[in-house]
Design a binder for this molecule. Structure first.
Ligand code: PLP
Length: 379
């Protein structure tokens, strides 16, 4: 029987659509997936070669729980590019950024604590918060403001322990500018609140500049910065992520990791090391392609009356479909009638029911075909 702890969380709302999509695929239907959260590119060859070499050299055993020293050092150097000065001891390598988020949330939060979560937010934050016994305080951001939060001071209570920041963001692609991050940093500092900054889409940015909130005045000692290899280097299946945090938080995260996953996969860590140290042109190539796709899909949506501002980062669009119905019913119609899979907005927060999330991590040809089918179903 599921425990009370597990009963606090719900099955992902995205599952209903993906179950349906899989059923249609098994029945032989050509389903176009605008719902996946991963780059469709192959991992760059030099990264694959480094992992193969590690396998050939017998690097197939447990590594230190916090990660191989070379990788922790390379990550500490990488954080310097973000203006975050940390030693390798303040870095942990995890099996995916998701595990780092889970460990950080469990390390920081206790029963009854509150977490500021900007709606819409990536699906797993809420579940992590609830598993830790805490609860989310949702702050609506709103399309008119580009899904970027305004001052939320009035939502801070004595119980507020953590603010989760995700820029560039999933599901909106919004990039927080300096003023927004400063506003969040001021609130965090003034009220002694921790910040979890999820920066996994850092490299997938078209306009503006990525800024790490840990680099803002007084934020170094109250921020956990999470990043990973999945999105920037098309390495979703490798399961390597990382975080930097104040030593007491890293120690707590490490304890959880030691007793749960032990360490990130040994040879995958050597691939990740090559990702950081090797040529970086692969990122620009992927980002250029994503940008072309973004423009293609935004224009296509506009032509069917679905206005949406071009997002500055990530590879998602969060589109208001209220004129055709709520997000869930539109997602179901698109799938059942047009074999196009999108994610209903309700998966991302209580104020997002009128939206669907479209991922453009698929080829231009599939995007064009998907747009044609959407037009046929909706218009
Ligand atoms: C905002 C956000 N954070 C974290 C993750 C998890 O990344 P990883 O594959 O490194 O666990 C995802 C994956 O979809 C994401 O969208």
């Amino acid at each position: 029987m599921p425990s009370e702890r597990v009963n606090r969380i719900e099955e992902s709302a995205t599952l209903r659509i993906s179950d349906l999509a899989n059923k249609l695929k098994r029945a032989g239907k050509d389903v176009i997936s605008f719902s996946v959260g991963e780059p469709d590119f192959v991992t760059p060859q030099h990264i694959i070669d480094a992992a193969k070499k590690a396998l050939d050299e017998g690097r197939t055993h447990y590594t230190p729980s916090a990660g191989i020293p070379e990788l922790r050092e390379a990550i500490a150097n990488k954080f310097k590019e973000n203006g975050i000065s940390v030693s390798p001891n303040e870095v942990i390598v995890t099996p995916g950024a998701k595990q780092a988020i889970f460990e950080a949330v469990l390390s920081i939060l206790g029963d009854g604590d509150e977490v500021i979560l900007f709606d819409p937010a990536w699906v797993s934050y809420e579940s992590c918060i609830k598993l830790a016994g805490a609860r989310p305080a949702w702050i609506k951001t709103g399309e008119e403001k580009g899904f970027v939060p305004d001052d939320f001071l009035e939502s801070i209570s004595r119980k507020t322990k953590l603010i989760i920041v995700n820029t560039p963001g999933n599901p909106t692609g919004a990039v927080f500018d300096e003023n927004t991050l400063k506003m969040i940093a001021d609130i965090a500092r003034d009220h002694d609140i921790f910040v979890l900054s999820d920066e996994v889409y850092e490299k997938i940015i078209y306009e503006g500049k990525h800024l790490s909130i840990a680099s803002f005045d007084g934020m170094h000692d109250r921020t956990v910065t999470v990043n990973g290899f999945s999105k920037a280097y098309a390495m979703t299946g490798w399961r390597v992520g990382y975080a930097s945090a104040p030593p007491e938080v890293i120690d707590a995260m490490l304890k959880i990791q030691q007793h749960s996953t032990s360490c990130a996969t040994s040879f995958a860590q050597y691939g990740a090391l090559e990702a950081l140290k090797g040529p970086q042109e692969c990122i620009a190539e992927m980002v250029n392609e994503f940008k072309t796709r973004r423009d293609l899909i935004v224009d296509g949506l506009e032509s069917m009356g679905l206005e949406c501002k071009k997002p500055d980062g990530a590879f998602y669009l969060f589109v208001n479909v209220a004129r055709f119905g709520d997000g869930m019913s539109v997602a179901e119609r698109l799938l059942n009638e047009g074999y196009v899979a999108v994610t209903p907005g309700s998966a991302f927060g209580p104020h997002s029911e009128d939206y669907i999330r479209i991922s453009y991590a698929t080829s231009q040809a599939r995007i064009s075909e998907g747009l044609d089918r959407m037009r046929e179903v909706l218009v």
